[in-house]
Design a protein around this ligand. Structure first.
Ligand code: BGC
Length: 414
């Protein structure tokens, strides 16, 4: 009896200590470049004696990952950590699910290391409840230089120039734009068009302030009109295509352009493509000077008796540590969140991104990415996504009606 009790106790101790050192991490980094980047974090944690249980849920933009996470959290079994960002951080914190990271944040001086834009997003009621990973820019155009050279057109810097270039590329027998069919990809494209047509002030009014007149107004009708035109440059096989497949099409010369955030650069890097030679990075047409930011971050779920707090703090500290910030972001295509990381070894697109960030910061041109949950709540974003996607996939869609629907959908989601 005594022996059985002892073995039961030792099994319990074993499983408690296993739990204390296990990191189950939910994320949606499943493409080639993303997996390579996530692997860096996994190795760093394993070197410190933690066991990494990968909880990867495919689907760019993280929509599927969020659904899985909600199901796990509601059943009382959340993972140790999860990739959550933007407004979702506040939502989960409000519900009382998140571990307070203020201890490590103060010890490691996060306030001094991070730009306010980043640290503000990581806090709930003044306390850190998330750790930032990187700064991505959403409004990029990726182009294949060989195709532009063969066709003899210039890279576009406005929407009208985009259509001129795309027409010439199409006439020469190339696919102008690689795109996929997931709604977040449609919203990514829509967001760049909206930024170009509305400019930063009206963009903020529409998607941050959710101003009904701007959402339904004449300029929004113009946004949908331009957006609609992009359909002419996409192939029928776009249906079901994932974002990173589009990226590889640009890299391999199967398509001339892609409008996508700089996680695309992680894909180019992972397949050995060189910035400036195999691909070029330009601001999305009409959005030069504006930086639409997308900040990845992780949150940590409270565990029974705080048993995982030590592991969670170690993960948070590793994410903020200099070696991780440098290596991970060079691989991922993003910028480090810390302001003290030298970027000499980063490629020319990262260097252009950091100078765009600084200039945008100085001229009040930083805007939160709509498609990446930075501008508004998940509820509002999902209402906007429905309108945008339905519009884009309906050959008979009407821009006037779409702007009206957009405002009504947002109102209903508030
Ligand atoms: C994330 C990026 C990721 C991209 C595609 C975005 O929502 O912020 O880190 O690479 O989705 O999966």
């Amino acid at each position: 009896m005594f022996v059985r009790l002892l073995s039961l106790l030792s099994m319990m101790c074993f499983s408690i200590s296993a739990l204390a050192t296990e990191l189950e991490v939910l994320h949606w980094w499943t493409s080639g470049g993303e997996t390579r980047s996530a692997q860096l974090l996994k190795s760093m944690m394993e070197e410190q004696g933690f066991s990494w249980k990968d909880f990867a849920v495919a689907g760019g933009g993280g929509e599927s990952a969020m659904l899985v996470l909600k199901a796990r959290a509601v059943s009382g079994n959340p993972p140790t950590a999860a990739q959550i960002k933007g407004h979702d951080i506040q939502e989960w914190a409000k519900l009382g699910f998140l571990t307070n990271l203020d201890g490590v944040a103060q010890q490691d001086q996060w306030d001094a290391l991070l730009p306010d834009l980043v640290s503000d997003l990581m806090k709930y009621q003044g306390k850190y409840v998330a750790v930032p990973v990187n700064i991505h820019r959403a409004n990029w155009l990726w182009a294949n230089p060989a195709i532009f050279h063969k066709v003899g057109v210039d890279y576009p810097s406005t929407l009208d120039e985009f259509f001129v270039a795309a027409d010439a590329i199409k006439a020469a027998g190339y696919l102008p734009l690689a795109h996929g069919s997931e709604s977040w990809q449609d919203v990514t494209l829509f967001e760049s068009v909206a930024l170009a047509v509305l400019g930063k002030e009206k963009y903020r009014k529409a998607f941050v302030d959710l101003d009904m007149d701007t959402l339904s107004g004449e300029q929004m009708v113009a946004v949908f009109r331009y957006f609609q035109k992009f359909r002419d440059y996409i192939d029928p096989e776009a249906e079901g295509r994932e974002w990173f497949v589009s990226t590889s099409m640009v890299g391999n010369g199967e398509a001339a352009m892609q409008l996508m955030g700089d996680w695309a650069k992680g894909e180019f890097t992972a397949t050995g493509k060189v910035a400036g030679k195999d691909y070029v990075c330009l601001p999305a047409p009409g959005t030069g000077g504006i930086f639409s930011y997308n900040i990845d971050s992780f949150v940590f779920f409270k565990s029974p008796d705080g048993i995982q707090k030590e592991a969670q703090e170690a993960l948070a500290q590793s994410i903020m540590a200099k070696p991780f910030q440098k290596e991970f972001n060079a691989a991922k295509g993003s910028l480090p969140v810390r302001t003290d990381i030298p970027l000499d070894s980063f490629d020319r697109c990262s260097k252009s991104s950091v100078s765009a960030y600084k200039q945008a910061h100085n001229h009040d041109n930083l805007v939160p990415s709509l498609s990446q949950s930075m501008a508004t709540t998940t509820y509002v974003l999902s209402a906007i996504s429905d309108v945008v996607t339905n519009f884009f996939h309906d050959p008979f869609s009407d821009p006037e009606k779409a702007a009206d629907r957009l405002a009504r959908a947002v109102k209903a989601a508030l």
